[in-house]
Design a binder for this molecule. Sequence first.
Ligand code: PAF
Length: 283
Amino acid sequence: MTVVKTINEVRQFVKEARLKGMTIGFVPTMGFLHEGHLSLMREAKAQTDYVVVSIFVNPTQFGPTEDLATYPRDLPRDQMLCESVGVDLIFAPEVDEMYPAGHSTIVDCEGPITKQLCGASRPTHFKGVTSVVAKLFNITLPDKAFFGQKDAQQVAVIEKMVKELNFDVEIVPCPIVREEDGLAMSSRNSYLDAEARRQALVLSQSLNAAKASIDAGETRVSELIALIRETIQQAPMAEIDYVQIVDATTLLAIDELNDDTLIALAVKFGKTRLIDNLRIRRR
Ligand code: PAF
């Protein structure tokens, strides 16, 4: 496994792999890796020949009052984990390699897809994500890029960007990876103290309650949202940011479950904001 910090080096290694006839898989991350990230890398390894992982805490996707400064970082540990799943190349640039002085070009996916759900409370987040992911795609030129379905809105926005800007890359969404007790894995889980960690289980419990209700025949969005909110509110520390049920592709609100629905929620425990979701596909 090779670790590089510059765009030129990535280009060189990727070019050499291509000359050998290899396909390129790409897993973008902000580091502090967990089993969720490793599952993306394993999938990339299974589907492509040469796997590139980026580790970059992207400043442009954090709002002014968010956790950029405290976002957990541990590059030596991340390197070991990448090596353990057979990653070929790590790209771990400094901020000025990605955003040299005077950098001012952004990629912004406009419209409701980035304005609601997480976009409502993080208004500049998605343009930071699309800008950095567009740059990373141009740097790594992957055949396939692997993203976790835990960030369902991010996946929908990136799929739209790829389609509309004609990037020649296939987006591969991968399933949410959960702790044994159901909490969706996230680097931000490390912020939770023991009590908040215990109470955070209401997120997956509320989605399970919604799933059980749907399996029993419920299709009304208002009823399902009420059930989810009620379950979450059983945790005294939980402060709901949103609970929404939307069309999984457009992310527009719906009144009744449709063929492909996304139940998405964001809840704060103290300063830590956690997200989770459930995709419901029906015939
Ligand atoms: O999902 C993330 O970790 C980030 O949003 C990404 C895709 C690496 C862009 O910085």
